[in-house]
Write a protein that binds this ligand. Sequence first.
Ligand SMILES: NC(=O)c1ccc[n+]([C@@H]2O[C@H](COP(=O)([O-])OP(=O)(O)OC[C@H]3O[C@@H](n4cnc5c(N)ncnc54)[C@H](O)[C@@H]3O)[C@@H](O)[C@H]2O)c1
Length: 388
Amino acid sequence: MKSTKLNFAVIGCGMLARMQHIPNIANSQKMSLHTCCDLSDESLQICKERFCALNIGKDFNATINDPQIDAICVATTEKLRLPIIAAAAKAKKPVYCEKPLARTLDEMYEIQKIVHAANIPFCVGHNRRSSPAMREAHTIFRSHMENPKSCRWRFDREGLKRPNLPDNGKAAISVRINDDWYSWKAWVFDKQQAPFGPMLFEMTHFTDICNWFLNAEPIEVVAMEQGMLNHAVIVRYKTGELATLVMCANGTFGYPKELYEAFGNGGAVIVDHMLEVRTAGIEGAFAKRVYPMLGDCHPNIGTQNGLYGWLEKKQAACKDAVAANDPMKIFTAEPDKGHAHALEYFVDEINGTGPVVCGIDDAVMATRVAFAAIKSAKENRTVKLSEI
Ligand SMILES: NC(=O)c1ccc[n+]([C@@H]2O[C@H](COP(=O)([O-])OP(=O)(O)OC[C@H]3O[C@@H](n4cnc5c(N)ncnc54)[C@H](O)[C@@H]3O)[C@@H](O)[C@H]2O)c1
């Protein structure tokens, strides 16, 4: 008899899949790791031995069309998306697809058409939406934007004499990304696999978060980039909201990667690396909350958790790495970026018991903003979303 868990096939069992999706599926109460499909014998061997995949294979069409398979997780690089999604759509199977959704705009629109026509549950791996810290911050921020509860101490100098500004209350979000490009793998520099570099494969995570927090329609983008490593992007929204994104890949793993700061209606919601959320100016909202970390090798250090706890743990881990001459030891106490939750929520969506997680149209919009930024930086001008 077939179990009530959904049988997942993971297509593309490389670094990300083996660090996240494969163990997350294997450990789930809602999913079974049925098939692992990859071209590499070595990867397949690991999937079988370490993660107990029931089945392994090299042919993604055969995997998708196996009647035992209920859902597909695509974690190949963006070079290979359309043929897998087209085959899954033909077989009417739900797809969780890693970001970026596609390598080119043409391919992205083709995928959107196919997914709409097949009407399959579809989720793009903009996993940060499913991070516990991000979800809570989003709920507080959206609720404050839709039903503002300003604090009683707001300094309102002019009171009723204040001018009636059209952008009164409008939201703006700032995203700061600190990365170290020495950690990147070879395919990132291969124009065949990633022709637009981090402006596409990293940026869609962050443009998605901006669109989601602001809940508005992006209309134009201006961007600058210095080579491959430094990027600055501004997004203007139809209803007056604004997003700014700064990414520097000449940074360090010794400091948190991501800082999100959203403001509006006299309030602030800050997400520091998905380790802690801080708020201000919102009546009734907590001032600070910290979130559990994953894989903490230093539970007795930085016990206050949150940003400062993480920094203490990281400093200890960096010392361990030097002492053991093993750079992998720097990875400790990672923030919960939502990878496992995203798949679990997607199963709820498939089963009709949960909302859409990050559907095709939201993913297309996040990807269009990234492509507008790429075009803007290349042509040194403001680019309208309608051009993309
Ligand atoms: N959401 C995140 O946080 C996150 C983090 C890292 C990477 N990613 C995304 O995940 C994807 C994979 O990245 P990665 O670093 O794991 O890359 P990777 O190169 O380690 O893995 C890709 C795998 O796909 C396999 N593959 C290639 N052609 C195949 C085919 N025809 N059939 C089956 N398998 C095939 C390769 O053999 C390889 O094992 C990328 O799109 C990347 O942008 C997402």
